[in-house]
Ligand binder design. Structure first.
Ligand code: HEM
Length: 463
């Protein structure tokens, strides 16, 4: 893409590019700051030998959503994750036949009726979290506990596997290895060419060991299922082991199934855990919003008692305000913060910038979701009423994209929303959320985003 006319950060230095004042630990937050300072709908950042075009304005973002002209681009962080997810759904190139096959085979696992079968497991895991918080001795580490909850939920609903996260004081080794692999992939995207690879040889070796360890865990998940002798077809693993692709008549191959299991274990918990953590941060920091969310939960379940409510599947969509809290959380903190789009043929972006076939750009979601021309002069203000139906209808299309776009958008969207609304509802119904008054939101990035060091004192509400 000819980037000469695209704005770039002011302090560009030869060879290194636009790296002054930025950190390899916070590439997204740094880029969002650059976007705000430049105030342009798109900009280019040069990092060593790479040029990355970031789209942060509603106009070009809507353009990139045109499926006829653009498709998912597997590059940067996602490409660096290929050695973890291979041709699994998230990291697959769209032209790989396994993408379509797995997408078609797994689609039934994400219908409304599938959500109904997952609901009891989601509810049990939410209750498990409540039992954990009921006896908390001091403030709880929110992101760590949300990770336990969401990992258990996807592992049990998807694969009938129990990581025993709530019975451990430290994260499950799967989580530690996964975090290491995500960090490695993030660093790899901004490596100095040539010498950078030499310097990172030790880190690359450790990562290979990590991936070997993750593969062992995945093989154990699959072995455990095969050993139970029953032919489940009502979850992800069952569908993959026992269904053939309608078009080709072939089932998914062993390696691809392993890639899908790791993909779902990672994609299915990391982002939802971050979303829940950010939502709790905003609820605790905004007592009036918390009061409205709580009033809604009380209206559905009655006043809090000793026993936690036993939510039915049908009650979850009734928690409309809590859904808006979550929508607004994902506006400010889209936990998968960027996605790439590449031109299917020569085209012009936003009526101005020529793109050749294969040229790509990254949609920088936290910046798009703060575009003042769409969200008004105070985009940093947390206000769930932005998602009142009338307000949503009044906004232009393609301005809110926390789950991506087009054929490669998030397959787990309904799963994430059902789980998160259920959990948030039960938490606001049961507890007063008391934040540490000295805490200021710090965000940690590992390709996804999470609040760092965020604790809450949770006190049972009195009736
Ligand atoms: C709040 C939670 C979540 C967020 C914000 C989120 C966000 C996203 C985004 C932005 C994409 C598109 C990435 C791209 O275009 O490169 C995506 C894809 C995907 N997500 Fe999610 N996700 C969430 C939860 C989940 C859950 C719970 C699952 C599984 C149960 C899941 C599984 C996937 C998969 C497999 C893909 C790849 C789909 C494909 O390309 O065919 N995600 N997600």
């Amino acid at each position: 893409m000819d980037t000469r006319r695209i704005p770039h950060p002011p302090r560009r230095v030869p060879v290194l590019g636009d790296i002054l004042g930025v950190s390899p630990r916070t590439p997204v937050q740094d880029s969002v700051r650059i976007a705000r300072d430049l105030g342009a709908p798109l900009f280019v950042r040069k990092i060593f030998d790479k040029e990355i075009v970031f789209v942060c304005g509603a106009g070009p973002a809507a353009d990139l959503s045109d499926e006829k002209r653009f498709a998912k681009h597997v590059g940067l962080g996602i490409e660096a994750l290929r050695n973890l997810g291979g041709d699994g759904l998230f990291t697959a190139y769209s032209h790989e036949p396994n993408w379509q096959a797995a997408h078609d085979i797994l689609a039934p696992a994400f219908t409304q009726s599938a959500m109904r079968t997952y609901h009891p497991v989601m509810r049990d895991m939410a209750h498990r979290l409540l039992s954990h918080w009921d006896v908390a001795d001091g403030p709880v580490d929110v992101a760590a506990d949300m990770t336990k909850l969401t990992l258990e939920t996807i592992a049990r609903t998807g694969f009938g596997y129990d990581f025993g996260s709530f019975d451990r004081d430290t994260p499950h080794p799967f989580v530690t290895a996964m975090t290491g692999a995500l960090r490695h992939a993030q660093r790899k995207t901004v490596r100095l060419p040539g010498v950078g690879n030499l310097l990172a040889r030790g880190a690359d070796r450790r990562n290979t060991e990590r991936l070997g360890f993750l593969t062992e865990i995945i093989d154990d998940v699959i072995r455990a299922r095969r050993a139970d002798g029953e032919e489940h077809t009502d979850d992800l693993l069952g569908l993959m082991l026992h269904t053939s692709h309608a078009e080709t008549g072939r089932p998914l191959d062993e390696v691809n199934i392993r890639n899908q299991v790791i993909t779902f274990l990672v994609a299915g918990h990391e982002t939802t855990s971050g979303a829940l953590s950010f939502a709790l941060h905003h609820l605790a920091a905004n007592p009036q919003i918390l009061a409205r969310a709580r009033a809604e939960a009380d209206a559905v379940w009655g006043p809090p008692g000793d026993e936690a409510p036993d939510p039915s599947f049908e009650q979850i969509p009734k928690l409309r305000y809590i859904r808006r809290v979550l929508d607004e959380t994902l506006r400010l903190w889209p936990t998968a913060p960027a996605y790439g789009r590449q031109a299917r043929a020569d085209t012009v972006l936003d009526g101005t910038y020529a793109m050749r076939k294969g040229d790509w750009a990254l949609v920088l979601l936290p910046a798009l979701h703060r575009d003042p021309s769409v969200w008004g002069p105070d985009p940093e203000v947390f206000d769930p009423d932005r998602f009142e139906p009338a307000a949503v209808r009044a906004r232009p299309a393609h301005t809110y994209k926390p789950f991506g776009t087009g054929a490669r958008a998030c397959i787990g969207r309904q799963f994430a929303l059902h789980e998160a609304i259920l959990v948030l509802g039960l938490l606001v119904h049961r507890y007063d959320l008391v934040p540490d008054p000295s805490y200021e939101l710090q965000v940690t990035e590992l390709l996804t985003m999470k609040p760092e060091g965020f604790t809450l004192e949770v006190r049972r509400r009195t009736t």
